[in-house]
Design a protein around this ligand. Structure first.
Ligand code: HEM
Length: 420
């Protein structure tokens, strides 16, 4: 396919940066190379083995990929902030996206604490586990809709619809609008990708604005007629005065919709792909369904839906002895830390009964994923119901392919064949 002039210029600039990187450090890491988007783990292993940190010219950041370092950076918000406005160097190319109105993910305390407190109740394990019967029946309905068991796309049938229906219901946005907000949410999520082209960044920003405009009339409806949903809870908090303003409320709703959507889609998709590629592990789950919760943890470790996380260094300091400077950015290889042999025995193997080491796929510290109990529950139910409904399920053609994203790792499609 012929490249446009803009694409050709971008490609040449990228190659020049990679050459410079190789010249400076003896190694170049290109996360967007096709082989790395399909299987990033050999490149992570190479980086881990070369040293504690690698200077990426492409991302203009330090890359840390050892478990011990990622686990130290994640919770240390005083030195490694998620707020890209902090210690900003004018004119410097940065990987930290500008979210517009900042929300949980990009704020430090005390604002972070204030906003997180407003929604945390809805996501406690207790609140979320109460949804189990409902999510299970949704899962059955989705499988009832399959026309032909001899060939269907598990992404379209289960992985994509389930999380979006659940989060829409929890927030209180009409589920029938889901084709619209799923598209906005998918396009908006691209803002997290540090290597996208300016046109795609502009599109992600537009999708965010469309989501905001979509929420505005719903907020007015809830003001007039409160319901039992997160939207009504936030409207009430806003009306009480100093707890949040309308822009913050909209940013929070948008974050929950986007964060609660694509990540869980990919946990179900990547997780089922891993199981289908390891039929002996799938059989272990059939033989002993009590292993499903530990399988979900192992799938989160084995092929994490969130592969990279970003921070701004706010003071000259060190990461376990490696010196770093204020104003520089850090890229953490979550997927790399999850495969660190110093932390996990046989890290590239899939073991649904693994009971050693804890993955880092939901982050750590103040920003640790608020939706983790929900994601775990949806993945567990999806696997349980698939095993219950199908006496066999296997990969079909064409082979599953990963999308070219480097932060949110997920499949384009997952063709399978099953028998009832
Ligand atoms: C398998 C699915 C999921 C994965 C792998 C995942 C991963 C993560 C990670 C790594 C973080 C920390 C980011 C950081 O420290 O910079 C995070 C934060 C967050 N996640 Fe998730 N997530 C998932 C599902 C969900 C769901 C279902 C929701 C909500 C419904 C959600 C909402 C959030 C929110 C709001 C934050 C920001 C929390 C804060 O900054 O205090 N996530 N997630």
């Amino acid at each position: 396919m012929a490249l446009s002039l803009k694409q050709a210029v971008r490609k040449t600039a990228m190659q020049a940066m990679l050459m410079r990187e190789r010249f400076e450090s003896g190694h170049a890491y290109n996360p967007v190379a096709y082989r790395n988007t399909q299987n990033p783990y050999p490149a992570y292993a190479a980086l881990r083995e070369r040293g504690q940190a690698h200077r990426s010219r492409l991302m203009n950041a330090w890359i840390f990929g050892r478990y011990e370092d990622v686990a130290a950076i994640l919770p240390d918000w005083q030195r490694f902030s998620s707020d890209g406005r902090k210690a900003k160097r004018p004119g410097k190319r940065t990987v930290i996206p500008d979210p517009g109105t900042p929300s949980l993910l990009s704020l430090d305390p005390p604002d972070h604490r204030r906003l997180r407190g407003l929604v945390s109740k809805a996501f406690t394990p207790r609140a979320v586990n109460a949804l189990e019967p409902h999510i299970r029946s949704l899962m059955h309905e989705l499988l009832d809709g399959i026309d032909d068991l001899s060939g269907f796309d598990l992404m379209e049938v289960v992985a994509k619809p389930l999380p979006v229906i659940v989060i829409a219901e929890m927030l209180g946005v009409p589920v029938e609008d889901r084709p619209r907000f799923r598209s906005w949410s998918d396009r908006r999520a691209r803002i997290l990708e540090p290597t996208i082209a300016p046109e795609e960044r502009a599109d992600a920003i537009r999708a965010g604005a469309d989501l905001d405009a979509y929420f505005a009339p719903l907020i007015e409806e809830r003001r007039a007629d409160p319901q039992e949903d997160i939207l009504s809870g936030l409207v009430q908090a806003e009306e009480e005065g100093d707890r949040l303003d309308e822009a913050e409320m909209i940013a929070l709703l948008r974050l929950l919709l986007v964060a609660g959507n694509e990540t869980t889609v990919n946990l179900i998709g990547n997780g089922m792909l891993a199981l289908l590629k390891h039929p002996e592990q799938l059989q272990r789950l059939r033989d002993d369904p009590s292993l499903v919760p530990s399988a979900v943890e192992e799938l989160l470790r084995y092929d994490s839906p969130v592969q990279l996380d970003l921070r701004r260094i706010v003071e000259d300091c060190d990461v376990n002895g490696f010196p770093v400077k204020r104003g520089e950015d850090i890229v953490m290889l979550i997927g790399g830390a999850n495969r660190d042999p110093e932390q996990f025995g046989d890290p590239d193997g899939l073991d649904v009964g693994r009971d050693q080491g804890s993955h880092i796929s939901f982050g750590r510290g103040i920003h640790a994923c608020i939706g983790a109990p929900l994601a775990r529950l949806e993945a567990r139910i999806a696997i349980e119901v698939l095993l219950e409904r199908f006496s066999s399920i296997r990969l079909a053609d064409p082979p599953a392919r990963f999308r070219p994203s480097i932060v949110l790792r997920g499949l384009e499609s997952l063709p399978v064949a099953a028998e009832a």
